[in-house]
Ligand binder design. Structure first.
Ligand code: G6P
Length: 456
């Protein structure tokens, strides 16, 4: 098997004595695939991400015990244009509906340069796949950074068993029409050249409509295969000493109060500011809940080299501060905002919450919406955006959140906190059953089956 993803399974750091140390790679795609494939002989093609990775490649030390690792040392300028401009400032914004259309995006000559850099990075991945692929090997191409790879591989090796999986939503034809037509057509033509998967049937339909309406092409084979949790890894983290320590700290912090939790990257699509505004409204409407609940917001930094993300982080901090200034009393801080990315702390939070808020504007899946209910020990209520892919599977057992409607979100807090214990128990049991029954292994097996079906 060959995996191609922008981020690799391991990151390298050069130590003072010239040797290299390794750490597990970051990001949702890596976290899902790494444990499933480690030690199984898979090849993994990824970009060298920083100075440590590049130095390891140059020294011939970018090797892994778990994978046949191919780290691509890309031209730094081309890589920056590929990742910051096209992948994260354009395609991410497009598929999550984040553009402020009267102002952005603007396509000028600089776009041409960035698009050809995007193409060249995709070509480097495709070339590596072509030289690594052996007969019958399924090749799993992961995510929007590599959307042009399928057509580039097909052009050289039509025989390869290929599947492309996009972890984001897919926008509909009106939004796709914002892209220059040649770029939109190039993306869609590539995706339709192999089976293409998403976490939700809604994104499948949107992608198919784009093929037909924007590009005037029949869509290629497309499927929905939502990612599931990794129960063994979650069980191990939850029962470990670090999570127990974090749980004790959290208990001290909340001091017997109810807990509303969120766990997110600081990311505009996560809709963090509206979550705080809804909580503010909830406290205004419900004096009886003041001092009896704490909103624990575990928020960690993301893509901080992009101006939009820096500005959003400031807005998030400001919104939390405003709520705290308005309602805090001597012994109570309404929002506990924690910007440190400590995984056992997130695990402890997920075990302990009474209400888990997952209110993205749009989200391909949102794995926290599955991991939380799986780990939770208090019959916690899931308040879930209808715009998260996970809503397809969990919507019946969750309370539905309209992500733009803060008055409705405030009412969801009221219903969740006032829910009687029988209903909470029944919903939590259903959520646990749903989240435990579909694991990340099921998802991987489906991807491989789609790759093989196409080739056969
Ligand atoms: C999403 C994307 C992943 C990406 C992750 C973190 O989950 O689907 O492909 O790795 O966000 O984003 P970053 O830009 O830090 O890799």
């Amino acid at each position: 098997m060959i995996v191609a993803s922008h981020r690799g399974p391991e990151r390298f750091q050069r130590e003072a004595d010239g040797t290299f140390t390794r750490q597990r790679g970051a990001g949702g795609v890596v976290s899902a695939l790494q444990p499933l494939l480690a030690g199984g002989g898979a090849a993994w093609i990824a970009a060298a991400m920083g100075d440590g990775d590049r130095a390891a490649v140059a020294a011939g030390a970018a090797r892994s015990d778990d994978f046949d690792l191919h780290l691509l040392s890309l031209d730094p300028d081309a890589h920056r244009l590929h990742y910051d401009l096209i992948s994260n400032s354009l395609l991410w914004f497009l598929h999550h509906g984040l553009f402020d259309l009267p102002r952005r995006p603007v396509f000028d000559d600089r776009f041409e340069e960035a698009w050809s850099a995007f193409r060249s990075v995709n070509q480097a991945f495709a070339d590596e796949i072509v030289s690594a692929a052996r007969d019958g090997d399924p090749v799993l191409v992961q995510d929007y950074h590599l959307a042009l790879v399928p057509a580039m591989v097909r052009a050289q090796r039509p025989d390869v068993s290929l599947v492309y999986f996009q972890h984001t939503p897919h926008c509909g034809p009106n939004s796709m029409g914002v892209l220059p037509t040649t770029a939109a057509t190039e993306l869609l033509a590539s995706m339709r050249s192999c089976p293409t998967g998403f976490h939700s049937q809604r994104w499948v339909r949107a992608y198919e409509a784009c093929c037909e309406i924007v590009a005037g092409m029949a869509p290629g084979p497309a499927f929905a295969a939502p990612l599931g949790i990794d129960p063994e890894a979650l069980d191990a983290s939850a029962s470990g000493p670090e999570a127990s320590r974090e749980l004790a700290l959290l208990d001290d912090l909340v001091d017997g109060r109810r807990v509303i939790l969120r766990v997110d990257r600081i990311e505009p699509s996560k809709n963090i500011v509206r979550g705080f505004l809804a909580y503010d409204l909830f406290l205004e409407r419900n004096p009886q809940w003041r001092e009896r609940v704490v909103f624990v917001a575990l928020l960690y930094a993301s893509r901080e080299n992009l101006a939009e993300y820096q500005a959003y982080r400031a807005e998030v901090e400001h919104a939390a501060e405003r709520v705290n200034n308005r309602w805090a009393t001597a012994g109570w801080t309404p929002i506990a905002l924690d910007p440190e990315d400590v995984y056992p702390r997130s695990v402890a939070g997920m075990c302990r919450y009474d209400v888990l808020l997952v209110n993205p504007l749009k989200d391909g899946l949102n794995l926290v919406a599955k991991e939380g209910p799986y780990l939770n020990e208090r019959d916690g209520v899931l308040a879930l955006s209808t715009e998260a892919g996970a809503f397809d599977e969990l919507g019946d057992a969750a309370l539905a959140v309209h992500p733009f409607d803060i008055a409705q979100t405030a009412s969801v807090f009221e219903s969740a906190l006032a829910m009687d214990s029988d209903e909470r128990k029944a919903r939590a049991a259903r959520l646990r059953e749903l989240t435990a029954s579909r694991t990340s292994r099921h998802w991987l097996d489906e991807l491989v089956a789609h790759a093989r079906a196409e080739a056969g």
